[in-house]
Write a protein that binds this ligand. Structure first.
Ligand SMILES: [Zn+2]
Length: 138
């Protein structure tokens, strides 16, 4: 079984500011002194056969399993399916089990996930992931 434990580190940029050393005010942080941008991501762990875990600048950790992520795909196609009462996954042609083929950062504000069913138009913004996670009953 060719599981990939997380993405190779080269696929993600290093955090722009090393917050553990102190003494540096992060650029672009207009929220106020000492206030971490709650939608800034410091770590993203992608496990192609289980899900993703996102760690935010203020320490908040959001985890999502694959099916949850796939069903919550924010792209227009999947949202339209949901509005018609259909599910974006699994479709009749969907390979099982679901897995992530590729994941890459989309700018500094989101992650684009490519699924093994060929779907790749969903861009999960970090804000979306966080709000989604926080809205979920634990
Ligand atoms: Zn989609």
């Amino acid at each position: 079984m060719a599981d990939v434990e997380g993405m190779h580190p080269g696929s993600l940029p290093s955090p722009s500011t090393d917050r553990t050393t102190g003494g540096v005010t992060p650029p672009g942080n207009e929220a106020g002194w000492g206030m971490a941008d709650p939608f800034e991501l410091v770590d993203l762990d992608v496990r192609t056969s289980s899900g993703i875990t996102a760690t935010f600048a203020d320490g908040y950790v959001a985890s999502f399993d694959l099916v949850e992520l796939r069903l919550g795909c924010p792209c227009a196609t999947c949202r339209a399916l949901g509005e018609r009462g259909e599910v974006p996954w699994p479709r009749p042609s969907s390979p099982l089990p679901l897995s992530i083929t590729d994941a890459s950062l989309h700018g500094a504000w989101g992650v684009n996930i490519v699924w093994n069913d060929g779907h790749s138009t969903g861009i999960y913004t970090f804000e979306y992931l966080r709000r989604w996670s926080e809205d979920q009953p634990v």
